[in-house]
Design a protein around this ligand. Structure first.
Ligand code: FE
Length: 192
């Protein structure tokens, strides 16, 4: 039986904050190096901001209520530094298209921000964005450590046909997806 999104998130949050190497070897591709390090892949690549960013989106974890007809997904992960240490109190901003492929450019539907918890973890409950012309499926993010530079990037979905034709697609920015009983669960660790 599949876990619910909520139980998957609780499991993620309840897991002990892992050491740097354990974190990498648990969540990355099969570890081939005897001394895995965030430096091998860090930092997370930047990607295009696009035309729809708006500052001052509200502080919140739950965006799904903005789009009750959308397919539910919980996305979660760590913010890590380049030595693979979790970064508490990092700022994450998210904005994305709704279930029809539209952005809210007058209000703050499907826009929000939050800070990582003391273990460097973030999560949003939201929906799977629809495709819109010219783009594959994606979320927009800005991620910033306290006092650090802002990383503007996007996260993508595996197995999307348009990943092959969207020149902004970057396989280093793929969510690791799993199914839940009530939607999907996606995981991505930012290294900033
Ligand atoms: Fe977009």
């Amino acid at each position: 039986m599949l876990p619910t999104r909520r139980s998957a998130l609780i499991g993620f949050l309840a897991a002990p904050v892992l050491s740097a190497q354990a974190l990498r070897s648990t969540f990355s591709q099969p570890a081939l190096s005897p001394t895995p390090s965030c430096g091998d892949e860090a930092p997370t690549p930047a990607n295009d901001e696009g035309p729809f960013f708006k500052p001052d989106a509200p502080l919140r974890h739950d965006l799904a209520r903005d789009a009750p007809k959308g397919e539910r997904i919980t996305i979660a992960g760590y913010v890590l530094d380049e030595t693979c240490q979790p970064v508490p109190r990092a700022l994450l901003q998210i904005w994305h298209a709704d279930e029809t492929g539209s952005y809210d450019n007058t209000g703050f539907r499907l826009r929000g921000h939050q800070f990582t918890d003391e273990g460097g973890r973030w999560w949003f409950s939201t929906i799977v964005p629809a495709l819109y012309p010219g783009r594959t499926r994606h979320y927009h993010f800005k991620v910033q450590r306290r006092g650090g530079a802002v990383l503007t990037t996007q996260l993508f979905f595996p197995g999307e046909p348009r990943n092959k034709t969207d020149w902004l697609f970057d396989e280093r920015l793929l969510l690791a997806m799993s199914k839940a009983a009530d939607g999907k669960f996606g995981r991505f660790d930012f290294v900033v």
